[in-house]
Design a protein around this ligand. Sequence first.
Ligand code: AMP
Ligand code: MG
Length: 389
Amino acid sequence: MISVEEALARLFALVPAPQSETVPLAEAGGRVLLHPQAARLTQPPFDASAMDGYAVIAAEVRPGATLQVVGEAAAGRAFDGRVAAGQAVRIFTGAPVPPGATRIVLQEDVTREGDVITLGEVGGGPHIRPAGGDFAAGDLLQAPRRLGPADIALLAAMNIPAVPVARRPSVAIISTGNELVAPGETPGPDQIIASNALGLAAMVAREGALPRLLPIARDDAASLGVVLDLAAGADLVLTIGGASVGDHDIVAQVAQSRGIDLAFHKVAMRPGKPLMAGRMDGAMMVGLPGNPVSALVCGEVFVMPVLRAMQGLPAGPAARKPARLGGHLDANGGRTHFLRARTDGDTVTPFARQDSALLSVLSAANCLVMRPPHDPARAIGDLVEILPI
Ligand code: AMP
Ligand code: MG
């Protein structure tokens, strides 16, 4: 049995290089930019007024000074001339500062009669945004990065209408089990709803990939084979359940018969021990445990980092941070334990019930406490690592 860290390293080794596609900016939000982008222009392109007021010569600014207003500059309409000694130009936010002017005085700091202004007490300044103050032509937006709204606005301002982003990985999701029916159907007396697949699909979509929910496979090789055939073309195939060694656990068996290049089978973790992964039929394959919490915890710990790496983001574990325990914990056994917990501020309190079938507890949790193997007993106030979910 390998460690969580080793399993993650072996998974990253299976990840193919991201494929690039060019999309218009309007469709690029949330996608991963693959290559740095150079600004095609300078912003602001000219010295621009940051305020509504008057463009003047800074050396002439003192209380009581009078200046002749010789014209107007508005956003999109520059003043066609210079500001000479004794002169001012009426100016609005975003307008080019006319040559000669070196300062903007705010409109509330002057009184105007006809075309003459008298300055009052003038503070602050110069209220001019210098050309190139935001960015200059050739300045880079670095990659890889997931493009947020501010990045999209920046790229637009740089006049870059389309960008190279990672193609969204296609993720086939297969539930296995004779007891399972799809949500919305009426389960028989010995049946339950296949819930994990939809939870995983939501997780996959959150990470920018395209989930493909396939039909539920029965617990026999022929049925699983048919559904695996439907997964053709996926970058990643996720199976759920049938991953341990019980009588009806056929995922490993079928994967072997299809010639899987196995990276590992079983990880020293709780929940989620019967995790397997490899390359099969030209795709990455991860066999997740069937218990709902196990499947979703393995999703957070392994599948999400894999999807990020598939999109060209750095290969690394899910983000963690320290928090102080709000309750006592007994010594941990030999496997990494992910406890369902709630964090508030810098305190974290694990739930009393940790059974890996309890979706209601996972839904109430907002983090997992990650305990290394053989972690000693912990007292209230001790620092532990948490993984926000
Ligand atoms: P298995 O790994 O197939 O032995 O499944 C372990 C447990 O998880 C069993 O109680 C299954 O009924 C349950 N289970 C398996 N797959 C799913 C699924 N897709 N949704 C909800 N429960 C599942
Ligand atoms: Mg099963």
